[in-house]
Design a protein. Structure first.
Length: 280
């Protein structure tokens, strides 16, 4: 059945895709890979708010070719009407130095299967990709003195960029839930002018995603006016949202809570992070 274009909800067209290629990769943990993308077209890409997003267009897995899609008023589509492999990530750092090719870092949590995981594990120098963005980020309240950040492995890149933008007069508590102790990042290398405390919480076997962080949030004394940012698995984020707004009475203007991904429960393991094999 053909799409009735008139019935599609018209949306603002995102920024155009910029062609890039893989410059290098770095394994940050057994479950997380940093991919550095490079390309002259990144030179015109804005780099404004922390915690923003970019769309990453992957090459066709069957041919390895990269074909830019077309915006139809609602979504990006390939020439044959199919949806191309596009994933949303946090732009970790954009470097644009005179005389050098601009570079963009993104970090990818490796799951048990999926187009993005397969691409990240096979990513080698010069392989093509494209990015569109940035999307909306997080506006840091410069007058706030207390911040709470809650998330899982997928939220770590965004939290990293926001910490770097906090005012020196503020304090921040960061709660990052990981499924394995080896997935915990070294947060001592993350720059921030604020006073930052990071707790990596290892999820108990059989526990629901988000339970570990929610338990700590429930038991914490939040200072009046605390600004909250949270992201992660959709159901876990929804429980956090209910606690903040309905149980704690946090003003909605003081909190940004976003679902980044959904757990595939058939089978459960397919949506959980997996370690990447060590390089030779």
């Amino acid at each position: 059945m053909e799409r009735d274009v008139e019935q599609l909800r018209t949306r603002a067209e995102p920024p155009p895709f910029r062609r890039v290629s893989v410059a290098r990769t770095e394994r940050r943990t057994p479950f997380l890979v940093r991919v550095t993308l490079a390309g002259e077209e990144l030179r015109t890409m804005p780099n404004e708010e922390p915690g923003a997003s970019v769309r990453l267009l992957l090459p066709d897995p069957s041919t390895g070719e990269l074909v830019l899609p077309t915006w139809n008023g609602n979504e990006f589509l390939a020439a044959d009407g199919s949806r191309p492999p596009i994933r949303t990530l946090t732009p970790l750092e954009l470097r644009d130095q005179p005389g050098e090719t601009p570079e963009l870092d993104v970090e990818i949590v490796l799951h048990d299967g999926g187009a993005l995981t397969d691409w990240a594990q096979a990513a080698s120098p010069h392989r093509p990709a494209a990015v569109s963005g940035p999307g909306r980020g997080y506006t840091v309240d410069r007058d706030a003195t207390s911040f709470l950040f809650v998330g899982d492995e997928s939220a770590a890149p965004a939290i990293t960029t926001i910490l770097a933008a906090l005012p020196a007069t503020s304090r921040a508590l960061v709660l990052v839930e990981v499924h394995h102790r080896d997935a915990a990042l070294d947060w001592t290398t993350v720059p921030s002018d604020a006073e930052v405390e990071v707790r990596s919480l290892v999820r108990a076997p059989g526990a629901a995603l988000g339970d570990a962080t929610l338990e700590v949030v429930r038991g914490s004394d939040m200072a009046p006016g605390t600004r909250v940012w949270g992201a992660g698995e959709a159901a876990a984020v929804q429980r956090l949202r209910r606690h903040l707004f309905e149980e704690r009475g946090v003003p909605r203007s003081h909190a940004v809570v976003r679902g980044y991904w959904k757990l595939d429960r058939t089978p459960r393991e397919r949506a959980l992070p997996r370690p990447v094999a060590a390089p030779d």
